[in-house]
Design a protein around this ligand. Sequence first.
Ligand code: HAM
Length: 444
Amino acid sequence: MTPEPKPKKNRRAPKTPSLLRGFKDILPENSVYWRKVRDAAEKILGDYGYGEISVPILEQTALFKRTIGEHTDIVSKEMFTFTDKGNDSVTMRPEITAGIARSYIEHGMLNRPQPVKLYSFGPVFRYDRPQAGRYRQFHQLSIEVFGNYQPVSDAEVIFVSYLICKHLNLDVVIHVNSIGDAESRTEYAKLLKEYFKSKRRLLCEDCKKRLLKNTLRILDCKEAGCRDLIKDAPQLVDHIDEESKAHFVSVLEHLGESEVPYELNPYIVRGLDYYNRTAFEIFPRLEKTKTDEAKEDSSPNALGGGGRYDGLIENIGGRETGAVGMAFGLERIVELLKQSGSSAKSDKTPQIFLAQLGSDATKHAFTLFETLRQSGIRVSSNFSKEGLKAQLEQADKLGVAYAVILGQKELLDQTVIIRDMENGIQEVVDLNKISEEIKKRLKK
Ligand code: HAM
């Protein structure tokens, strides 16, 4: 074995550049949960005929300005935007929908049988104020349906989102609302402005700004003072156009026919400008403790949200196209999965540990590892560790049922030792029959 380098004397360690604020590493022990979420989503989305799409992280800034909207918090405050070496303004995507819509137009997907159903996983970036469940880089699963104006599509997206949560055993409730068409929303925004104007001094600082440019977003505010005012504000559902009303009723009828647990929530207005008609958000259903009940604004973070966005494709130069979709925030889903006691064991957790002693055995251990792996046994090992004690300690930490020990003597005899990690009992078996012997024991 090559000797380890000796520690350098008087060495002043250079400072490790640290992780950026609001960014997170996903370590191997957590990847199990991420894999579970991905598997559940891919199973449900595959069954429902969705195809996977990947679009770039970096896009022209104009794409997001023209879809999400210039006056939204996302575009006005939170985008990672810079000028590239060609002097073009580019932005690290703050969501995936706009990129997928651009791709739908650029690849002529309008000429495919409609609706086109797509999904995408990936990182998104928002220069938000980091706090629990809120990051500057986070991951979304975006689910989009293009080429359909029917209420059944809205209901299907909500249903599929619910099924993904159900598959993961997450107890959720979906809050739905209708925000009508652009005209009725503009009229309603005027009404709302009038209402809040007289109460301006009672609003939080953010809402004072929203009052000028994005009045509807006040309805979404979590500040206790604002929430008190919101309760008596005129409600959007009472002011939406007749067609949107009929559309909403139909969406609710479809949902009523399904097992989706939903509630009407007149305050769901969404933080992106491209929506019309249906808007919804998914929340974990938390058992309320007494202290929670005492705290009026203990509403949890949304796990996901979405809605209909019929104007988006046209806004960026495509033909008029009905569309509806949603996105999950995957960090929040993973966190809830962990809290719900989901097991960290995966089908990749090793079943046995292969320990080797002496240089000849180490060389042969590669072949033995491959024999075991190819027979479907999940093996772990540490070829760079010399002592048996250290290797068995590692096997113990991994929680494997058996260790397979190959030493010089065993190699000569063409045998191998199987050690039961629970009681320490060791048996010598034929090297050529090792896979069968292990499988026999694992079955027990
Ligand atoms: P969104 O509501 O902005 O919608 O984001 C979707 C989800 O991403 C949220 O419900 C939340 O779970 C998660 N999320 C948002 N901000 C953060 C953050 N700073 N840290 C961690 N998680 C976060 C959209 O992005 C739309 N594109 C959804 C959509 C798809 N609408 C139609 N199609």
